[in-house]
Unconditional design. Sequence first.
Length: 478
Amino acid sequence: MKLSLTVFALSTLSAFAFVPSLKTPITLKSASASALASSEADTPPPSYGENNRALRRDVFGHDDWIKYRRNDRFLYNLSTIPASGLYRQLTGEVFTIAIIATLVCVWNDVFSTGFIDFNGLQCPPLAHLPKATLPALPFTLASPSLGLLLVFRTNAAYARWAEGRQQWGVMGTECRNVMRMAASWSSPMREPDKDKRIAAVQSVGTGCYIFMRSLLRHVNGPPDEESFREDLKAALPEKEAEAIIAAGHRPFRALYLLSRRIEALPLSERQRIEVDKSCVIIGDTCGGTERVYGTPIPVSYTRHTSRFLTVWLFLIPFALYDGFANTWNHTGMIPAAVILAVCLYGIEELSVFLEEPFSILALPGMVQAMKGFSEQLPQWHAMYTEAEYTEQVYGGEEFRNQEAIGGNSKVNDIIGVSDASTFSMASSSEEVNELESLTTNGFYEPNYADEVIEDEPEYWSPTPKPQRSTSYLDSLSP
């Protein structure tokens, strides 16, 4: 009889653990109908934990680290348990475990083994029903597996949080690099009008800010849509703002706008390539951000961990009953079961909390900092006079090298091209002699990307291979 009751309790609680909600009717639908229903279903109202995520965007300064490392942090953290948002999120689950533990006590004390009244007298049971208990051995054997599931899931969630923060940090750094190079390399040698240079630098800074703002909307979801549209319309002309809003992939469209504005800067080709390298890194990290946002930890793993944990906690009161025989009517098992539920459910809740990192990172602050930085760059560029722009730093060396070697037909003959400015490194007579020696001995071979692939598409138009001049090379032959 006792065994049958135990099996019945185990099967009943396991069934309840696997049912998502008793309020949701179970209906059978076709695959297409299910997909259509899921796409048209309204998003459920946000819970307390969802609304509380915006309050977790911690940014530490010096004073915060001192408070964080203080000696009484253990007692202080215990004192803040009632105000903890994490534990408030677990109220329903923990309350369910407390009810189960209470029912186990009442069943066994009142209807099976008897109970002790408030006067300390042993009272017989009201009915001689089987005792609802379970041996502790199955829980002991299952605990390592449950611990591994929780640890692996928490580690994976933290790795996602760290990767998301790293990706945004790289994007912020590269955007600042783009703005720095735009402000410092924009040269009066290429654009004498100072106002036009300042406007070009300002447009690049705004482009960096708009890119990060578009990516923030991309990972924040629909609640940020209205604010996003207002920010775009305030920072961009109406045509460009509407183009980004209507784009299928807004961050990529914003990056395209940034690239276009970089092309308008008064930079040399070499400098423009360096700036574009940062744009390539920005695009790569944007893809990494989308990978974290769009690909969760495998859902099957998460669901199995949740089911395993729920069944384990729902049944643990049955195994705790005999272990608390020295407490009054075994009631010590109730707070023990509650503490176990808080600790284990808390670990699983932390993993869910960290799995999607962008709603708990201080990304809005980073975007606003980028906006402020973009507004300062034109002022930094404007504070220098034209006399303070040197050729060595701001690109004038290319003009000087072209003038120095532009008429050097000897270098032209050696390298086999008519535009000697492409090979501005060979500007001195020593370098010309060295290049001449390498060519004579067969060590120098121009790096032409001239191999035409068979069956090229019609739109492919490879650059013609420069024809090497042999007149000077023939004169070097013995």
